[in-house]
Design a protein around this ligand. Structure first.
Ligand SMILES: Nc1ncnc2c1ncn2[C@@H]1O[C@H](COP(=O)(O)OP(=O)(O)O)[C@@H](O)[C@H]1O
Ligand SMILES: [Mg+2]
Length: 329
C-alpha cells in the first residue's frame, strides 16, 4: 500500500536519533519529490555535512542546485555559525542600547547564555523558520531533522510574549509621556518618535511574529516522519519523540524502519549464517513490536546495504519507501 500525506504538507521533517538514517531517508524522499516534478529543497542541519556526502557535492547557506537532478536544490545550515551570528546580533543590538560601562558585563552574560544547552537548537530553529519564510520558490522543503522539545517550547512563547509586550508598552508609554512633558520643541517631536519606535519592543514583536508563523506552519503545512532502526533503543526514542510532538499538538505521519538485515540463507551452516539468522529473528521481533505498539503507519522498511548510501543507491532505496509524494503540493 502506498501511503499519502496531506496535500497541505509543503514542509516535511524527518526526525530520529543520530545515525539512524535521517539524512539518507530525507535525501531519498527529496529525490522522489523532485522526480515527481516538485521544486524541492533539501535542508541539512547536520554539522557533519552529510548531505554533501550523499550527493558528493558541497552545499552552503543558500539553496544550490544539486548536480544531476532536475528540480532539486540543497542548503546546509551550520548550527555553530548560526549560533555565532545570533550572538553577534544580540551584542550589536545591545551596543546601541546600553552605556559602554555595562556593555562588557552584558557581553559576558550573552556569551554565557549562548553556551547553555539548547542554544544551538534555538539558533538552528531560528534559521529553519527563516528558510520556511523564504520558501516561496519551492513546492516542497525537506528537513533532515525534527524540532525537539526545547525548540517546540518556543512555539508557546507568543502567548507569554503578548502579555509581556503589553505591559512593557504601557510602562514605556507612561515614562515617555513624562519625558515628553519635560522636553521642548524639537525634543518633544523626538520624544514622540521614540514612543512609537522602541527597538526592544519592536524586537519582541518580531520574535513573537516569528514564532507565531512557525507554530502555524508546523500545525497546518507540515508532515513529520520518524526514522528508526529495528532495536529497542530506537523504539524507546521514537516513543519519546512522538510524545514530545503530541504535547505540542503535532502528530507523526509515519515511521521509517531503516537498516533491516536481509533475509538469511537457511542453507548457510557457517558462523556468519547463524549470526544473520539470529539477528534477523531479533529484528523481526522488534518490527512486530513497532507494528503492534505504534498507531503511526510504517511507510518504509529499508534494508541495510553493504556500504554507505550515496548517488544512485538513493534511488534504489526509494523502492523500499512506500510513500507517495505526488498527492502533495
Ligand atoms: N540502509 C542503509 N544501509 C547502509 N548504510 C546506511 C543505511 N542507512 C544509512 N546508512 C549509512 O549510515 C550512515 C548514517 O546515516 P545518516 O543518514 O547520515 O544518519 P543520520 O542523518 O540519522 O545521522 C551514513 O553513512 C549512511 O550512508
Ligand atoms: Mg544526518
Amino acid at each position: 500500500m502506498i501511503s499519502t500525506i496531506s496535500n497541505m504538507s509543503k514542509f516535511v521533517f524527518f526526525g530520529g536519533k543520530g545515525g539512524v538514517g535521517k539524512t539518507t531517508v530525507s535525501s531519498a524522499f527529496a529525490v522522489r519529490s523532485a522526480d515527481a516534478g516538485l521544486r524541492t529543497l533539501i535542508v541539512s542541519t547536520d554539522p557533519a555535512h552529510s548531505t554533501a556526502d550523499v550527493f558528493d557535492q558541497p552545499f552552503g547557506n543558500e539553496p544550490r542546485a544539486v548536480d544531476g537532478y532536475d528540480d532539486l536544490w540543497a542548503l546546509e545550515i551550520d548550527p555553530e555559525a548560526e549560533l555565532h551570528e545570533h550572538m553577534m546580533e544580540v551584542k550589536r543590538a545591545m551596543d546601541d542600547q546600553v552605556s559602554t560601562t555595562i556593555v562588557n558585563e552584558l557581553n559576558r552574560h550573552v556569551e554565557m547564555a549562548h553556551q547553555t544547552p539548547g542554544a544551538h537548537e534555538a539558533a538552528l530553529f531560528d534559521r529553519i523558520i527563516e528558510v520556511m519564510r523564504g520558501a516561496d520558490g519551492f513546492d516542497r522543503i525537506v528537513f533532515d531533522t525534527s524540532p525537539t522539545g526545547s525548540t517546540l517550547r518556543l512555539l508557546s512563547l507568543p502567548e507569554h510574549l503578548e502579555g509581556w509586550i503589553e505591559r512593557l508598552e504601557e510602562k514605556r508609554a507612561k515614562s515617555l509621556k513624562l519625558f515628553e512633558y519635560s522636553s521642548l520643541g524639537a525634543d518633544r517631536k523626538d520624544a514622540k518618535r521614540r514612543t512609537r519606535e522602541d527597538p526592544i519592543i519592536n524586537r519582541l514583536r518580531e520574535r513573537k511574529e516569528q514564532f507565531e508563523f512557525a507554530a502555524d506552519v508546523l500545525r497546518n503545512q507540515a508532515a513529520f516522519f520518524l526514522v528508526m532502526n529495528p532495536d529497542s533503543l530506537s523504539i524507546e526514542e521514537t516513543r519519546r519523540a512522538i510524545g514530545t510532538l503530541k504535547n505540542h499538538d503535532l502528530s507523526v505521519d509515519g515511521l521509517v524502519i531503516n537498516r533491516v538485515s536481509p533475509d538469511p540463507d537457511e542453507a548457510d551452516r557457517g558462523a556468519g549464517g547463524a549470526f544473520l539468522r539470529e539477528k534477523h529473528a531479533t529484528e523481526h521481533d522488534r518490527i512486530e513490536t513497532i507494528h503492534r505498539e505504534f498507531d503511526e503507519p510504517v511507510i518504509g522498511v529499508i534494508q541495510t546495504r553493504t556500504s554507505e548510501i550515496t548517488g544512485d543507491a538513493l534511488r534504489e532505496i526509494l523502492a523500499e519507501l512506500t510513500i507517495d509524494v505526488t498527492s502533495l503540493a
